[in-house]
Design a protein. Structure first.
Length: 199
């Protein structure tokens, strides 16, 4: 049976994404700068966030996964009470995929849940793999609880990159998902997943 995330959890994520959205300025073309999203998430989560690019192929990241980004979060706060997070974007991936991957990782910070944890003290790691928010079965989610964390980060990214009002307007006035994708600076798979969340 296909796994559908609890409606209450989806509402909570939407509320968190709307807090971030309220701090952003969207351009006339629908896109919001990733720098402004980083700044808003940094303020909301009390985290210093940096990002860079690297070829995951050259780093020999396992090719069985379509990884767009990895993030390391230093859980212990510094003397100012702030955490540190470093995001590495896969330079082998297209720009739109990297853009989504970055906001997905920021979603892990806002939701305060991660895919992999090393004893919860030193650091946590997470990785963006795919867009599809409903592609897993209940059984898979029972076996691997990290799947739900990934779905939550995707839902956050989908809402932040394609806010409800603008998404509805664009979907109703466009001839294709391709047009909507170009408008928001994401790819078509992300638009399809956003449509599953409703207008």
């Amino acid at each position: 049976m296909e796994h559908f995330m609890n409606e209450e959890v989806r509402k909570e994520i939407r509320g968190k994404s709307e807090k971030i959205i309220s701090k952003l300025n969207y351009n006339n073309d629908g896109m919001v700068s990733t720098e402004s999203i980083i700044k808003a998430v940094s303020e909301e989560t009390n985290t210093d966030i940096s990002f860079s690019y690297a070829s995951f192929e050259k780093l020999k990241v396992p090719s069985g996964f379509d990884i767009g980004a990895m993030m390391c979060v230093q859980n212990e706060k510094d003397s100012s009470g702030r955490r540190k997070a470093t995001i590495i974007l896969n330079s082998d991936k297209p720009v739109k995929f990297r853009r989504f991957s970055l906001v997905h990782e920021l979603g892990h910070l806002v939701n305060d849940n991660y895919t992999i944890s090393k004893d919860g003290k030193e650091y946590t790691l997470s990785a963006h793999i795919q867009y599809n928010i409903f592609s897993f079965t209940d059984k898979q989610c029972d076996v691997d609880p990290a799947i739900e964390s990934e779905q939550q980060a995707n839902i956050f990214a989908l809402h932040v990159l394609m806010p409800s009002k603008a998404f509805k307007t664009q979907v109703l006035s466009s001839d294709s998902f391709s047009e909507v994708a170009d408008y928001f600076g994401v790819d078509e798979d992300a638009v399809r997943s956003r449509a599953l969340l409703g207008l």
